[in-house]
Each structure stands twice: as structure tokens, then as C-alpha cells.
Design a protein around this ligand. Structure first.
Ligand code: ATP
Ligand code: MG
Length: 375
């Protein structure tokens, strides 16, 4: 085994600084440099003047070329960061701060500065190693989790509050009024069903996410699956006074999938087309082998509804996102349908495409991979 100081000296070379050429610093040798270049975290070694003596590849990706010999503050114009590095240069062994830097977009980093250990018998400045770890995704995930909990609580609290109010009324003046009792019990049933749907949909989503890495393997003919969904939705289709037309090209290939999950996809897309269309509108379901991607089948569900403004389109598959909350609620929606569609299609290695024009209508297209051996 190497004694600590010998190992350290074996791993370090000496270079002068271009901005302050008298200063000499130990920098990592080739193998240590390779290890540092393999890291995704930006690493710098600075001298006592905070001049950059060494940096790894991740530092170039983040701050660009031409770093060596320049002052750290030129690339990291953040007072807290510079003050922290100064504290370490002045004697602290290590210090860490979270800072926000504008790297194309505002990005949050955990900056850590650590004093390197001087090598015995050498007077060179050991330098300070400064690393920048991008922690934006961790913060985003935290934010998403707390937004999700807030959304779920809000969505469950509204029907619960309504139920509480109705129970109070039934215990009070409506107690001896059979008409009011019937009306309130019906409303209570609606709210309880709504809560049960939210919970069922959330459980479906969580189950889907847990198996997302494993693609389904069955060979599925889509026309019978979609036909069964349309039959199942007959009461909603009648109620919304819309008609459904189906057209599948005769050469449309089967797909690889799970027929139950694919049924859920088309159930939500067709139900949405019916719910968000005007009375008398036509819903078209067209299926064919995709002409642009030869290994995919595409099924388009088009409606003649109000259409969707561009700013909403990318957000429609977010959990609980609804353009018009009251309209969705009136139709018994939870705002989880398209989130479930997106996750099912992702598990199938397919995707959802949404095209819409305000005032004209929308087209929701599910793209799915053709079954193995059918190409
Ligand atoms: N075909 C469509 N035309 C216009 N808007 C649509 C259409 N499909 C979906 N939307 C909008 O997208 C929102 C989200 O749809 P999603 O299917 O996720 O929820 P939902 O239909 O409101 O509830 P759920 O699917 O749980 O019954 C809807 O509330 C609606 O505002
Ligand atoms: Mg829906």
C-alpha cells in the first residue's frame, strides 16, 4: 500500500498558472484526470488566488472552453459561492452552499469547496477543489411531490366538504322532508362515486408506473377492442347526442399490447371526444399503419368540439389538469384520464399526439408499435 503522501504525490503533477505564473499548484495526473472526466459533476481545482488550475470535462459542458488560468468568479458570478471558496482558501476544511446560476435557464447547484491536503516535503499550494452538482431535478421532484399531494388533498376535500354539508342538512331541517332526502341522497351518491373514481384512477396510475419498465407482450387486434369500447360507451354517446364513425384500413397490423389497458386508452379518448363535442357532432375513429413510422400503427380520434388553445395542449396529460374545471366536473371527470392514457402508451412504447384548432375540433392520435413478426 502507498503511504498517503507518496500516493498523493504520485497522483499529482505541477503546473504554473497563466494569469499568475509564479504560483505553482499540484493538479491531478492523467489517470485521476480520467476519473474526474468520467464524472457528471463539474470539478475545478483553484489556487489561493481563486485562479482555475484544473477542470474536468463536465466543467466545460457547463461553463464552456477556455477555463484554465481564468478566475473562478469570471464564470461563476455568485457572491455566496465566491465567499464560500474564500473561506476554504483561508483555512476552513470544507464548505457547501446551494446557489442558482443562469446556465441557459436558471439552474440550482450544490457547490462544495474542499481544501486539498499539502504533500509532505513540498511547498506548493495544495489548492481547493470546487465542485458544482446540478440539483435542479431533485428540487423539481420535491416540488412535484408537494404539488401532487396538495392537488390530491384539494380534489378529495371538495366532494368531502359537499358530503359533510349534505349530511348536516339531512340531520337538520331536511330530516322530515322525503323529497329533499331523495335529492340529497342522490347528490351524496354522485360525490361518493366521484371520490371513489379519483382513488381508483390514482391507484391505476401508481400501478402503471410500477410496471412501466415492462412492456406488454400480447398480440392485439385493435378494431375489436375499440368496437367493444364504443358499445360500452353507448349511454354516454347517446346522452351527448353525438355519432361515432369508425374506419380501419384492411391492412392495419395488430399491435403488441395489453388489450385491457388499450381499452382504457380508447375509452378515455372517445369519452372525451363525446363529452367535449357539441350535440349532433360526429366523432371519427380512424386506424392505419403509420406512413411516417413503418413500425407503428396510428389510431386517430377526431371530434368537432371547441378545440384546445395551444397553451393548454402540452399540459393536458398532467394529473388533474383541466381546461374548464367546472365543465369537467359536471361531466363527472377527475382530470386523470389523459395522464392514464399517457402512461399506458409509454408502457407500450407508444405515444400520444394531440392536434387541435380552436373552433374546429381536436385530434388525439395514439401511436403503437406493430406486433413482433408483423412488419
Ligand atoms: N377532445 C377534447 N376536446 C376538448 N378538450 C379536451 C378534449 N379531451 C380532453 N380535453 C380537456 O383536457 C382535460 C383533461 O382530460 P382528461 O381526460 O385527463 O380529464 P377529464 O376528461 O376531465 O376527466 P376524466 O378523464 O377523469 O373523466 C379535460 O378536462 C378537458 O378540459
Ligand atoms: Mg377524460
Amino acid at each position: 500500500m502507498f503511504p498517503k503522501d507518496r500516493y498523493a504525490s504520485a497522483a499529482m503533477r505541477h503546473i504554473g498558472c497563466t494569469q499568475c505564473p509564479r504560483r505553482r499548484i499540484q493538479v491531478p495526473d492523467r489517470n485521476v484526470e480520467r476519473v474526474l472526466n468520467a464524472l457528471g459533476v463539474a470539478v475545478f481545482v483553484v489556487d489561493a488566488d481563486m485562479c482555475i488550475q484544473f477542470h474536468n470535462g463536465a466543467a466545460i459542458s457547463l461553463f464552456g472552453h477556455g477555463l484554465r488560468g481564468k478566475m473562478l468568479a469570471t464564470f461563476v458570478p455568485n457572491k455566496r459561492c465566491i465567499r464560500t471558496v474564500e473561506e476554504v482558501i483561508d483555512g476552513r476544511s470544507s464548505a457547501s452552499v446551494s446557489i442558482k446560476l443562469q446556465i441557459v435557464a436558471p439552474t440550482t447547484f450544490r457547490m462544495t469547496a474542499t481544501r486539498l491536503v499539502p504533500i509532505l516535503g513540498q511547498e506548493d499550494d495544495p489548492g481547493v477543489v470546487v465542485s458544482f452538482e446540478d440539483i435542479s431535478h431533485v428540487l423539481e421532484a420535491k416540488q412535484m411531490r408537494s404539488d401532487f399531494v396538495a392537488n390530491v388533498s384539494h380534489e378529495l376535500r371538495s366532494p368531502l366538504t359537499t358530503l359533510g354539508g349534505m349530511i348536516e342538512t339531512l340531520q337538520g331541517h331536511a330530516r322530515y322532508d322525503p323529497d329533499a332526502m331523495t335529492r340529497f341522497l342522490d347528490l351524496m351518491e354522485t360525490e361518493a362515486t366521484r371520490m371513489a373514481r379519483i382513488i381508483d384512477d390514482l391507484l391505476s396510475l401508481s400501478k402503471l408506473q410500477s410496471v412501466e419498465r415492462y412492456a406488454p407482450t400480447e398480440r392485439v387486434e385493435l378494431p375489436p377492442v375499440i368496437d367493444a369500447v364504443v358499445k360500452l360507451l353507448a349511454p354516454i354517446i347517446d346522452n351527448e347526442k353525438v355519432t361515432v364513425e369508425m374506419d380501419f384500413t384492411p391492412d392495419m397490423k395488430p399491435v403488441t399490447g395489453d388489450p385491457h389497458e388499450l381499452g382504457q386508452v380508447f375509452r378515455n379518448l372517445i369519452e372525451n371526444a363525446a363529452k367535449y363535442s357539441r350535440n349532433g357532432a360526429v366523432i371519427r375513429i380512424e386506424g392505419c399503419n403509420d406512413s411516417r413510422e413503418p413500425d407503428m400503427v396510428c389510431i386517430a380520434v377526431s371530434d368537432e368540439g371547441d378545440g384546445i388553445a395551444p397553451e393548454h395542449i402540452s399540459r393536458l396529460t398532467e394529473r388533474f389538469y383541466r381546461i374548464d374545471k367546472d365543465r369537467s366536473r359536471d361531466k363527472g371527470g377527475t382530470g386523470l384520464g389523459l395522464a392514464i392514457v399517457k402512461h399506458i402508451l409509454m408502457r407500450h412504447r407508444g405515444r400520444l399526439q394531440i392536434d387541435s384548432e380552436v373552433g374546429k375540433g381536436s385530434v388525439f392520435t395514439a401511436l403503437l408499435p406493430i406486433a413482433a413478426g408483423q412488419l
